[in-house]
Ligand binder design. Structure first.
Ligand code: MN9
Length: 307
């Protein structure tokens, strides 16, 4: 198995200007801070990065900026999923030209035959290895027969799967067959690593890198009690975030940490001020001091909830 890309990657939130253009002035320091914290790299323009909502030239600008700022030894995984295979192949070629390490794609719309044909064409035409994206909640039409996922994994140039599901039995079958598997549900990273996932990719890695890296190091050392303790603390945060519109809530916490990612490309509204304040107060109430420090809630919490 090719494990060169094993590790933890944050699913990069695409920072936008107020008029919804890619904002490199925020992306650069955000990338540096994630890499400095210890992540192996970033996964860009996926669900979290709103790749499917960005114009193609914005997606290319995003990749070019991050590729330029990548420090030695760090890696760039680019989601190239698009509404046509032609665009996906063009983005894969662009990612390769700019030094990315792998590409990835959600399944397209359509039936099993269309999905099979799309991945076969992308795997064959991409200069970079392909990471499939198994996410039944977002793409319930795809892989209703999991055997199809296993078959596509056997194609040349398919490296592995970003596995966003709680079916750990299926996850382990993939691992056993020699595929590189990235855990996709942040709330179950410890479980995925226990089953043999070689890494993880996640949206909430952006707001608490140190917690995920501590969990990962514990898991790699087979210190499962410690890994579970981190997972439990992490899940206090995720459970709170899931009570709010999720991606606006993530953006609100990023802003608290000094990274103003601007509006959502999808047009979904950011949290109104009263909800933003309520979210920060909920986090302050629900999470440990250790996690509050990692989230940079120190001052916000104290202001909202003096003690
Ligand atoms: O990148 C993410 N998937 C989506 C993977 O956002 C759709 C996860 O990190 C989830 O956001 C997270 C919360 O459910 O596990």
């Amino acid at each position: 198995m090719n494990t060169a890309l094993a590790g933890l990657y944050s699913a990069f939130l695409t920072p936008l200007t107020p008029d919804r253009k890619f904002n490199p002035a925020v992306a650069e320091p955000m990338l540096h801070s994630l890499l400095r914290a210890g992540f192996d790299g970033v996964y860009v323009a996926g669900t979290t990065g709103e790749g499917l909502h960005l114009a193609l030239d914005e997606r290319r600008a995003l990749v070019e900026t991050l590729a330029r700022c990548l420090t030695p030894g760090k890696r760039l995984l680019v989601h190239v999923g698009a509404s046509t295979i032609k665009d996906a192949l063009m983005l894969a070629e662009h990612a390769a030209r700019h030094g990315a390490d792998a590409v990835s794609s959600l399944p397209p719309k359509g039936d099993a035959a269309a999905i099979g044909a799309y991945y076969a064409e992308l795997a064959a035409g991409s200069p970079l290895p392909l990471i499939l994206y198994y996410f039944p909640k977002a793409s319930p039409h795809a892989f209703s027969d999991p055997e199809q996922l296993l078959e596509i994994c056997d194609l040349p140039n398919v490296l592995g799967v970003k596995f966003t599901d709680f079916n750990f039995y299926l996850m382990q079958r993939l691992i056993k067959r020699g595929n590189l598997v990235f855990n996709g549900y942040d709330e179950a990273l410890a479980a995925g690593l226990l089953m043999g996932a070689q890494g993880g990719i996640g949206s909430t890695y952006n707001i608490m890198p140190e917690a995920y890296l501590s969990l990962y190091r514990a898991a790699m050392a087979a210190e499962w009690e410690t890994a579970r303790r981190w997972q439990t603390q992490i899940n206090d945060v995720i459970t709170t975030l899931l009570n709010y519109p999720f991606f606006p809530a993530l953006r609100a916490v990023m802003k608290e940490k000094g990274f103003n990612c601007g509006p959502m490309m999808s047009g979904e509204e950011l949290l109104p001020e009263s909800q933003r304040v309520a979210l920060l107060a909920d986090l302050d109430r629900n999470v440990s001091r250790e996690i509050a420090t990692i989230l940079s809630l120190g001052t916000a919490g104290a202001l909202i909830n003096p003690r």
